[in-house]
Design a protein around this ligand. Structure first.
Ligand SMILES: Cc1ncc(COP(=O)(O)O)c(C=O)c1O
Length: 498
């Protein structure tokens, strides 16, 4: 599905049909506006015809017509009679709150009649559009008893709980030293990262790692490469800093570095997922890694490596990090997280940064929120130091491998008429690639509204959609739940292609 084909929009429009929800046309306008502001929809992109979008969303044509008219009035869209509707080249400097019914609703909800700043409205839109997945099949992360860090975690937490004052003061913005030490050892041993504790900055997860990178490495007006398709929160985080994100295509070898150099030769940074491309799953080839590192060294640009689930390689040892290949140790900021292997609400992760950047990262962390809870850091440090983390990772890998096999088998059995699972032996999700004529968003949207977390692939693309399909998570669900979810998808696909 191409952004320029006019057949589709690269944002997923999800409608809340509850009686108290804003009108459907307001919801459509709101989500398109958010897509434009976040840069997912760009100047001159053509929107689908009213009739096509109305059919897709199962709403009346007047509903879509009203939404488009609202955005035309606000200056986000322009139209030529009979020819179609496009994103405007020049966006409104500041659309007033009055112009946005949902904005008014947000203001009213906040108990204020004061207009919000443009900045505040963008942030409000982030909170209503970039929502985490619901913890229902087939979400990518869905913590459960079996996935939990177990009794060892509870025992260590209880031990610390008996002496709550031990970690009650302000801590180091760079992070609690014993945690930095075990993180450095782990990253060296299992990910081949060049580091010691002095180069580790504890974060509240990769999300904060990306925010700190955007703050420390980039100025408003700079340009940065992001993968196309990419992790939406990553692109939004960088764009929020006023940085122009340039989507660079990925192919079977990962980011196309040559295309990046052509599209944005003066980019200051590249944000990549080389171990497990998000969302498609391939690993960046050695040749591309070398090319990317060469580009960064030559142009003195930065590479941000989001290594979000590399512990979960099912066959053989995990492939070493990109950071570990950087002989100079100067170009790569390596981001790790405990969200996947422990649990997301722990909010702990780490950035391993070139030495000259350590103080800047610590300063940015101090200004953001000083530091993560020191008692949580201390519990995690002890859990890793006593060897429980390695045992936990091995156990989770075994459990997930079985569930992954169930999911792949069920896809082969029930969905073979519609496409195939892409080869990949890593992570907490697989990608089911659909035959090109099947509209992934049209199939996924009603299923999501019906309680299945089915992510369509095409909305992650910014420029040219080269693949349609679904991201299917398997970690938090029993084989029975996985089979039932695949059956629901099979039924929806059968109806769709009928
Ligand atoms: C691509 C990618 N990066 C990073 C993360 C982890 O984010 P965090 O550590 O902030 O929970 C996720 C989680 O879903 C992800 O999918």
């Amino acid at each position: 599905m191409s952004r320029t084909s006019g057949l589709d929009v690269p944002v997923e429009i999800v409608l809340n049909r509850a009686r108290e929800a804003p009108t459907l046309s307001d919801q459509i306008a709101h989500q398109l506006r958010a897509g434009i502001k976040s840069g997912v929809l760009r100047a001159d992109d053509r929107l689908p015809a009213i009739r096509a979008l109305a059919t897709r969303l199962s709403v009346a044509r007047t509903t879509v017509d009203t939404a488009y008219a609202q955005l035309i009035a606000e200056g986000y869209l322009h139209t030529r009679a009979g020819a179609g509707t496009w994103i405007a080249q020049t966006l409104p400097e500041s659309a007033t709150v009055v112009a946005s019914p949902l904005g008014s609703a947000l203001n009213a909800a906040a108990g204020s009649s004061r207009p919000l700043s443009e900045h505040a409205r963008r942030l409000a839109e982030v909170s209503t559009t970039l929502l985490p997945q619901k913890q229902v099949p087939l979400a990518i992360i869905a913590p459960s008893e079996e996935m939990s860090p177990g009794r060892a975690w509870t025992q260590i937490a209880n031990r610390f709980g008996r002496r709550p004052w031990r970690h009650a003061g302000y801590g180091e913005p760079q992070g609690y030293l014993p945690l930095r030490e075990v993180v450095a050892e782990y990253a060296r041993k299992f990910r081949g990262v060049h580091c010691d504790a002095d180069r580790v900055v504890i974060t509240s997860g990769s999300q904060q790692g990306m925010t700190l990178c955007a703050q420390v490495l980039l100025e408003a007006g700079d340009t940065a490469w992001v993968e196309d398709p990419c992790y939406t929160l990553m692109a939004a985080t960088i764009a929020h800093r006023g940085v122009l994100t340039v989507p660079v295509p990925v192919d079977a070898e990962g980011l196309d570095v040559t295309a990046g150099m052509t599209l944005a030769p003066h980019a200051k940074a590249a944000f990549v997922t080389p171990s497990h491309q998000f969302p498609l799953g391939m690993m960046m080839s050695m040749a591309r890694r070398a090319e990317l590192l060469g580009w960064a060294a030559r142009t003195e640009s930065w590479i941000v490596e989001d290594d979000y689930d590399s512990e979960l390689r099912y066959e053989g040892r995990p492939f070493p990090s990109l950071q570990g290949m950087d002989a100079s140790s100067e170009s790569v900021i390596y981001l790790g997280t405990f969200s996947k292997m422990m649990f997301p609400s722990l909010r702990l992760g780490y950035a391993i940064v070139p030495r000259p950047l350590v103080e800047a990262f610590a300063g940015a962390r101090l200004l953001a929120d000083r530091h993560s809870s020191e008692s949580q850091q201390a519990i995690l440090a002890e859990y890793i130091r006593e060897g429980h983390y390695e045992i936990h990772v091995r156990r989770i890998r075994g459990l997930l491998q079985k569930r992954r096999q169930v999911l792949i088998r069920e896809c082969e059995r029930q969905l073979h008429a519609y496409g195939a699972v892409l080869p990949c032996d890593q992570g907490m999700h697989v990608v089911f690639r659909l035959h090109d004529h099947i509209d992934d968003v049209a199939v996924a949207t009603p299923l999501r509204q019906g309680g299945l977390e089915l992510r369509a692939i095409s909305p992650f693309y910014v420029r040219n959609t080269t693949m349609r399909g679904f991201m299917l998570g398997f970690g938090g669900f029993t084989p029975e739940a996985i089979k039932a979810a695949v059956k629901t998808i099979a039924r929806a696909l059968a109806q769709h292609v009928a």
